[in-house]
Design a protein around this ligand. Structure first.
Ligand SMILES: [Zn+2]
Length: 147
């Protein structure tokens, strides 16, 4: 079990919010603290400076401008920021089953981290490859439940 302090110290926590901030933060905390195998977690620690979370708050703004530090170079050598976006649509609506909604958020976090680990870029994304990697990490049940 990895603590929030450790995850923050490793540079993997979003720029704002505690695990209780909302379901997207809860999902990230569960994935990073207890779900990911150690070798996957360590891989992410090595690459922590190469991506940023983007978790916009829902229901407040129709538009938003946000700066991200460049996290690496694209294949043409230009600066870029790799951003993992988690939609406010993942937040629970009233009367929805919380466990199902949390599973959906967790599956999304795992899936997007898999895209990152695989080096996928916008326009060059293999969805099956990403889901297969999530299965390889030990989350076959979550992936099957998703469909
Ligand atoms: Zn995808």
């Amino acid at each position: 079990m990895r603590t929030l302090d450790q995850i923050m110290g490793d540079g993997l926590w979003p720029s704002y919010g505690s695990p209780a901030e909302g379901i997207r933060h809860t999902a990230i905390f569960k994935v990073l603290s207890e779900m990911l195998p150690e070798y996957v977690y360590q891989h992410l620690v090595q690459k922590a400076k190469n991506f940023r979370w983007f978790i916009p708050k829902g229901g407040q703004h129709f538009g938003q401008l946000q700066q991200f530090p460049a996290t690496g170079k694209d294949p043409d050598g230009k600066s870029e920021a790799v951003v993992i976006y988690l939609s406010p649509e993942l937040d629970p609506l009233p009367l929805r089953d919380y466990d199902d909604v949390l599973d959906r958020a967790i599956a999304t976090v795992l899936h997007e981290l898999a895209h990152f680990v695989l080096g996928h870029r916008e326009g060059n994304v293999d969805e099956n490859q990403a889901w297969n990697l999530v299965v390889e990490w030990g989350f076959k049940d979550l992936v099957e439940k998703r469909t």
